[in-house]
Design a protein around this ligand. Structure first.
Ligand SMILES: C[S@@+](CC[C@H](N)C(=O)[O-])C[C@H]1O[C@@H](n2cnc3c(N)ncnc32)[C@H](O)[C@@H]1O
Length: 310
């Protein structure tokens, strides 16, 4: 059953006075992190982009830095995790780390279907990507001294060294320009308030040839009975629903993400839309969204791979 609007507004108002609890629910599972990172890596390979990033930024890691740990456990040397809220704990991170090492050593297939059916982007083949992560690379990346170095770094306060956790309110300006190979996010860009600035910062941080890989969930996130019902609320109602929460959803449709990505200077390598026909119709849209295209109105998610090229 969906929550009525008045209750959503009350929750928003409450959040002005009582700080909402941390936690997002996603990256608490090692299999989830393993599945997400390998999907992004496989699609990068399909698009002839580098699948061996050395320096990686993740936006919005959530409850653990497990997605970034996958980057480190497959050869990366430096990982920056930026979040609006400090959701991840040392205990969670260490638990996920140990489980990820086991999954990688066993070269487990990419989790899909059943409890992982909601994870996007989809692949046509979920077997372990052994062409990308070949025996030689896995052996080097999982060498005992390397693993203990990463584990030790993980147990520190994450302010220096190979893992830097910039949260709360992590800002990209702390990261040197032209220094990053890959920027990854899963279900985050729909939450970022400063979207234009963030895409520009992504461009600044990446090296030439570097790229960003984002899976963006454009649905209403339980703010309406219809998956696209968030576009029917006025700005005033929306502000009340958000209340004092440090992050919410920015309500930008697919075309805005694509526009801002290109405006920042990126070349789009691939854009895979997930569409749903049923939802609210044009006539129900709030004034601010009344010019939404038919395509935006039906796009519930999008995977965007975009590179910084000459
Ligand atoms: C739905 S959760 C996704 C978490 C994780 N990526 C996953 O796949 O489960 C959204 C995350 O985006 C973060 N977030 C929201 N606004 C952000 C911003 N401006 N910059 C970085 N992270 C942000 C939230 O704190 C949260 O961790």
């Amino acid at each position: 059953m969906t929550t009525p609007v008045w209750r959503l507004i009350l929750r928003g108002i409450k959040s002005i006075f009582v700080t909402p609890p941390v936690g997002t629910g996603g990256t608490v599972s090692a299999q989830y992190c393993y599945s997400v990172y390998l999907r992004h890596l496989v699609i990068a390979g399909q698009n002839k982009l580098s699948t061996d990033p050395r320096t990686v930024i993740e936006l919005g890691p959530g409850d653990s830095v497990g997605i970034g740990l996958m980057a480190l456990l497959t050869g990366a040397e430096q990982y920056y995790a930026l979040d609006a809220v400090r959701h991840a704990s040392s205990a969670n991170n260490l638990k996920i780390f140990d489980e990820l090492v086991k999954l990688l050593k066993a070269q487990m297939p990419i989790p899909s279907g059943d409890e992982f059916a909601e994870i996007l982007p989809e692949l046509s083949d979920y077997s372990f990507p052994s062409k990308i992560l070949n025996e030689n690379r896995i052996t080097q990346a999982l060498a005992v001294d390397r693993l203990s170095r990463i584990r030790m770094a993980l147990a520190s306060d994450l302010t220096a060294g190979p893992i830097r956790y910039l949260a709360p309110m992590g800002r990209m300006h702390e990261i040197p320009g032209n220094s990053v190979d890959l920027i990854i996010s899963q279900a985050v860009m729909e939450h970022v308030d400063q979207l234009e600035e963030t895409y520009s910062e992504c461009f600044r941080c990446l090296k030439l040839g570097g790229f960003m890989s984002h899976q963006i969930d454009l649905r209403c996130h339980d703010t309406a009975p219809e998956w696209n019902g968030h576009w029917k609320y006025t700005d005033f109602t929306w502000r009340l629903m958000r209340g004092g929460r440090p992050w919410f959803i920015n309500r930008h449709p697919c075309s805005i993400h694509i526009f801002l990505t290109e405006q920042a200077g990126f070349k789009i390598n691939t854009e895979v839309k997930q569409t749903i026909g049923l939802g609210i119709s044009h006539g129900q849209l709030a004034k601010r969204f009344c010019k939404l295209s038919e395509s935006d109105l039906n796009t519930a998610g999008v995977f965007v791979l975009a590179s910084k090229s000459e």
